[in-house]
Design a protein around this ligand. Structure first.
Ligand SMILES: C[S@@+](CC[C@H](N)C(=O)[O-])C[C@H]1O[C@@H](n2cnc3c(N)ncnc32)[C@H](O)[C@@H]1O
Ligand SMILES: [Zn+2]
Length: 370
């Protein structure tokens, strides 16, 4: 990450439910990209207010409120995946281990509760799981299927009518060309973030998953090592290598953070987007409130979701009044956001393998903060 990009970030540490939002400074710079002192590869950041520190790993700041708990769950996988990229110093590994040991409540508390290891098997599972996402974000589903596929015509049209394309279309229609600072929350491997980068001065991609962001960074920034192809699974263990059609974006920064507690200054963003996120976060309303908080007056809010909320997740949105989840979400932002574009039944298609597809019908909207 660039040293100068710290000016947009704030401390997410919560004290009695109130986030600190102090400014962040580099306390200790450990290594840089290409020997360029402005490009942080590994560092420790410190909050000017509460003095909490946060690591920057592989150029990605980890700005989580409950950092030790986060690192206990993710330590092995982070260390393994950074090492595989040849991008983790002993100094940073020791710093991460120190965080892991912080705040342990009792001697019995498990150090690495459900920690995944970075092994050949977990890596293969990860690549299998991530394939459909990479296809959806950076490939053309229509060109990956044969004309004999019953969905062939539908999938051919999909590249121009999917939630990412529709949100981008809204953004192009709502703004006069290029926009300043953008934020894409729950950005995963970064497809929508990359589209935003084409028309924004600068974009932040936020996700709770370090491994997804590392992949996004490899695809869009070529760092630590460029990734330009992926495994597209057919069936069983068969897969094809396919090219990722991704632009090279140097105006993107990725940050590990949660949508319910964004480490950004209030009223700092010209565009804030989230796609396929509202229905999977524990506090959907908090996510909406945070989107509105960080948006500038006159800024553009983009939202697309299938509002699935079924099964165990269902209770996460208060739907007792029989209002639809979409209506509840709209009511939440009604005081501050004027909806200017809407489109319903926009398909989001995931091909798990060549005999299995999952299709959601998303609602997409664009609104302006008044
Ligand atoms: C279903 S994927 C959607 C990805 C992408 N926006 C898209 O449209 O394909 C959800 C992503 O949100 C991330 N995520 C889950 N909970 C989150 C949270 N509370 N804050 C930020 N990201 C979150 C997941 O790690 C995952 O990458
Ligand atoms: Zn702080």
């Amino acid at each position: 990450m660039k040293q100068e990009d710290l000016r947009w970030l704030v401390c997410p540490r919560k004290e009695e439910a109130r986030p600190c939002h102090g400014t962040l400074q580099t306390e200790q710079a450990m290594s840089h990209w290409d020997e360029d002192p402005r490009e942080i590869l590994e560092a420790i950041l410190r909050c000017d207010g509460c003095k909490t520190t946060y690591p920057v790993v592989c150029g990605i700041p980890i700005l989580m409120d409950e950092l030790p708990q986060y690192l206990r769950r993710n330590y092995y996988f982070m260390v393994g995946s950074c090492r595989a990229q040849g991008s983790l110093s002993d100094e940073m590994q020791a710093a991460l281990l120190n965080y892991v040991l912080l705040d342990l409540k009792t001697g019995e508390e498990e150090l690495f509760p459900t920690a995944r290891r970075y092994t050949r098997e977990t890596q293969l599972d990860f690549l299998t799981e991530i394939g459909p996402y990479l296809c959806n974000h950076y490939d053309d589903l229509g060109s990956a299927v044969k004309p004999s596929n019953p969905l062939y015509e539908f999938l051919k049209a999909y590249s121009t009518r999917n939630p990412h394309a529709i949100l981008e279309d809204f953004a192009a229609r709502c703004s006069n060309g290029s926009q300043g600072l953008a934020l894409d929350i729950g950005c995963h491997v970064g497809g929508l973030t990359a589209l935003q980068a084409q028309r924004s001065r600068f974009v932040f991609g936020v996700d709770v998953s370090f491994e997804n962001l590392l992949l996004a960074s490899r695809i869009l920034k070529g760092r630590p090592k460029r990734m330009d192809r992926y495994r597209h699974y057919q069936e069983g263990k068969q897969y094809h290598w396919r090219r990722l059609h991704a632009p090279s974006c140097q105006n993107i920064e990725f940050v590990v953070a949660t949508g319910g507690n964004l480490p950004f200054k209030a009223s700092s963003m010209d565009t804030v987007s989230s796609c396929n996120l509202v229905d999977i976060v524990p506090q959907p309303m908090k996510l909406m409130d945070e989107k509105v908080r960080v948006l500038k007056k006159g800024g553009l809010l983009l939202l697309s979701d299938p509002y699935e909320f079924y099964g165990v997740m269902f209770k996460r949105l208060e739907t007792r009044s029989r209002k639809s989840p979409l209506r509840i979400i709209k009511q939440r932002m009604a005081n501050q956001i004027r909806i200017v574009q809407e489109e319903d039944n926009v398909p989001w298609v995931t091909q798990k393998y060549n005999r299995s597809y999952m299709i959601y019908y998303n609602h997409c909207l664009a609104g302006i903060k008044g």
